[in-house]
Design a protein around this ligand. Structure first.
Ligand code: ZN
Length: 373
């Protein structure tokens, strides 16, 4: 019985180890789980929301829409909502937001375990008359920041149709666009006509890369699409274009060609004055003014032309809004049998003259080239 004290010591060590393991295992498990642990005992479910930027009008109310996949092991945490400016938009304890007057407010949702969601809200007066400025092929590393300054100066909001290859490395600029209250839409990833217009599958595969990128950058999905060259561009077969538009509708996108433009992509290097004149003369008679310009670095006059167009229309009582609250349906050069969606016949009629013009220019080889529209 000489070594009995030794055995007893061993027993005590094993017992201590067992107790230690019993205490520690649940703790390590909970900190690895999907939720977050508080003091090692409760792990709450992760919270998320589908919108990080939103443009609304005074008087509108809506929910912040926080979702939470709770389970027995990960209960729903208590949430606290707060507005950075109660006079612009207030938020209830349940996350119901009420927009009151024009301005900007950041709504935050904080959970009891410290998770945080943010929604930047742009409350805009209901416009009496509106111009939609749209910019394709960007962001341009030098051009877009210059343009953003002009838009900010005149409190003008616009829509940027992003090319995926251009977005790479320019994520900060896209974030800046969103932080300033502009909308971003999708203009494919490669912008390579020979590739994207081979088939609707080829188009959607290319398209999805930019859709995913924008989701990652902005924290929300995009809603608007501009097909390179427009929906009727001489590179895509009508049947293929129709299928692409159907596929985009099925996914909830609005497809936007344009009704006017500065002609900054016609292959001729016009100066600021001529480009301004084109933008104004082509848009003046259009009921829905969707003006096409480009903010890639190859278009050096974009910021100056934009300033001129804004000044012209501001004098005439127009305001400049992003497409976010545009409800008129697609604007298409291509006449498509609609797949169960209500379409604005008016928009089509209005874009008809432009479609003819686009077809003419396309036939002349002036627009529709892979490096232009
Ligand atoms: Zn383009």
């Amino acid at each position: 019985m000489k070594n009995f004290p030794g055995r007893s010591r061993l027993f005590v060590i094993i017992l201590t180890l067992l107790v230690f393991l019993l205490v520690m295992v649940p703790f390590t498990k909970s900190s690895k789980s999907a939720g977050r642990s508080v003091g090692g005992d409760i792990s709450y479910a992760k919270i998320s929301t589908d919108r990080t930027y939103r443009t609304v009008h005074p008087g509108e109310s809506f929910s912040m829409n926080v979702t939470c996949r709770s389970s027995r092991n990960h209960p729903e945490p208590d949430l606290r909502f707060k507005s950075s400016d109660e006079s612009v938009a207030s938020v209830s304890d349940a996350g119901e937001i009420q927009a009151d007057k024009a301005g900007t407010a950041v709504i935050t949702c904080t959970s009891q375990d410290g998770q945080k969601l943010r929604l930047k809200l742009f409350v805009r007066k209901v416009p009496k008359k509106v111009v939609y400025l749209t910019y394709d092929d960007g962001p341009g590393t030098h051009n877009t920041p210059k343009l953003l300054k002009v838009l900010d100066k005149y409190d003008a909001k616009a829509t940027f149709f992003i090319v995926g290859t251009q977005a790479k490395g320019n994520e900060k600029i896209i974030r800046q666009e969103l932080e300033s209250g502009h909308a971003v839409g999708i203009h494919t990833y490669t912008h390579d006509y020979n590739k994207i217009y081979k088939s609707s599958n080829a188009y959607m595969k290319d398209f999805d890369r930019t859709a995913d990128m924008l989701q990652k950058i902005s924290g929300q999905r995009a809603y608007f699409v501009r097909m390179p060259g427009g929906s009727n561009n001489g590179y895509v077969r009508t049947k293929t274009a129709r299928k692409i538009i159907r596929d985009l509708h099925d996914r909830g996108y609005t497809v936007m060609d344009w009704t006017a433009g500065s002609d900054d992509a016609v292959g001729i290097e016009y100066g600021t004055r001529a480009l301004t004149r084109f933008a104004i003369t082509t848009s003046r008679g259009e009921k829905v003014k969707v003006i096409l310009m480009h903010d890639s670095d190859a278009k050096p006059h974009t910021a100056a032309v934009t300033r001129n167009v804004i000044r012209y229309y501001k004098k005439r009582g127009y305001s400049f809004e992003s497409l976010e609250n545009y409800t008129g349906g697609d604007i298409l050069f291509l006449d498509t049998p609609d797949s169960g969606r209500k379409k604005e016949a008016k928009s089509n009629a209005e874009s008809e003259s432009l479609a003819k013009r686009a077809a003419m220019l396309s036939a002349l080889g002036i627009i529709g080239q892979p490096d232009s529209e």
